[in-house]
Design a binder for this molecule. Sequence first.
Ligand code: NAP
Length: 317
Amino acid sequence: MNQSTTKHTKVLILGSGPAGYTAAVYAARAMLKPVLVHGIQPGGQMTITTDVENYPGYAEVIQGPWLMDQMKEQAKAVGTELIEDHIKSVDLSKNPFKAIGDNGKIYTADSLIISTGAQARWLNLKSEEEYKGFGVSACATCDGFFFKQKEVAVVGGGNSAVEEAIFLTKFASKVKLIHRRDKLRAEKLLQTKLMKNKKIEIIWDSVVEEVIGQKDPKNVTGIKIKNLKTNSLSDLKIDGLFIAIGHDPATSLFKGQLDMDKDGYIITKPDSTATKIPGVYAAGDVKDKIFRQAVTAAGMGCMSALEAEKFLSEKFS
Ligand code: NAP
């Protein structure tokens, strides 16, 4: 392998959400010249969020994509090298750690910060798969616009589902929120907003059994839902279905190399982002299924860079 296809860095950061960019800012300001590798859609989950009211420092409502763009520019401004690549494998068995990109490029690193985040969960119905992109979506921000004056349904009972249902009322004439229980998981403030919105109807104790659609033109025309208390089935006419049932951590690259919990979240030491391998850190949603906020992810990104800096100064002193 020649030099041009291998890149060595003191701190390699994988992932470009709030955790990755914050780690980059701190590592760069510690003169560690970090390299941050991001995929084709940098910015992570915040880029599919609209209004952000809870990121500290902004009295006005800001937009998720804008915030991520600011974080990226800040990371660049202080000296982070940003590279677009898709890492297909990593080897953490020895230091320097090794990551290999899609195009064969090899990244070697004295320390590694994993901030690969989490991905949307789907219902895993065959019909859902068939109509993904044809009326079935996991991103109201991206696709809500296509449902002006149409009827849509959102599945889920957490903050995301409630936020998406409210957001969709900007476009849709009617939004049905389908939840498998009789109680929402979303925070009370959001629940109050939801209940006040006259365009939203909540369908309790129900799950989607099938997505119904037509072939020409291909689009969703309805769903079959089942009431879990009565087992009765009914058809709902809708034009779009938004799935907002949570996320899975993007940790498959590290399976067998790092300790993970039963849901695949990377396990770190208490009050730390350190994994079981010295020099390897995990920050943000990839290790956090409790808080999962941009600000907590950013905080963990900061911690990971400070811990990597300490590790490097001890290792190379
Ligand atoms: P979540 O809190 O895990 O909620 C997932 C929802 O989907 C739950 O109501 C769950 O039902 C339901 N669900 C899961 N699997 C299902 C399935 N197979 N079929 C039907 N329903 C299913 O996920 P989230 O709403 O994406 O939120 C994730 C985290 O991000 C949370 O910590 C949340 O607070 C945070 N968040 C914060 C904001 C904000 O602060 N503005 C916005 C969005 C998200 P059960 O309730 O029955 O388990």
